[in-house]
Design a protein around this ligand. Structure first.
Ligand SMILES: [Cu+2]
Length: 137
């Protein structure tokens, strides 16, 4: 009564399921990650100088600086005031790939009051301290 099909079909299903699971696992290997990256600003440069993440990562930069001022992540246009000696979190959802300058604006008398995104204030000191590198996933 039972033909060979009765036995073969379940085995076939199992093989297909195994193949599917393998494919899903392969894709899932590069899910966006939540990263906490400590960075330190000392003598005008960051350690590490280049921060490497992958597209889609949810990155918290834990900033430790010996000098108060403003961190500016170009491209993403994120600016954040950082006090000296108090670790400060800067969150970045790394959804744009590329290499982005991180600059430091020393705390000065003048603030960015003009609402201009570009830094054409001649009297404002802006130094390049590092790079955020967002690689394709
Ligand atoms: Cu800047």
């Amino acid at each position: 009564m039972c033909t060979q099909n009765c036995i073969k079909r379940p085995i076939f299903s199992l093989v297909m399921a195994a193949i599917l699971l393998t494919l899903i696992a392969a894709c899932g290997g590069s899910d966006p990650e939540e990263l906490e990256i400590p960075i330190k600003l000392e003598n005008g440069s960051l350690t590490p100088a280049t921060i490497q993440v992958k597209q889609g990562d949810m990155v918290t930069l834990k900033i430790d600086t010996e000098e108060a001022g403003e961190f500016h992540l170009h491209g993403y246009d994120i600016e954040m005031d950082v006090p000296a000696g108090v670790p400060t979190d800067l969150f970045v959802l790394a959804d744009i790939t590329g290499r982005f300058k991180i600059t430091f604006h020393a705390a000065a008398e003048d603030e960015h009051e003009d609402g201009d995104d570009e830094h054409d204030d001649d009297d404002e000191e802006e130094i390049e301290i590092g790079i955020l590198e967002v690689n394709p996933r």
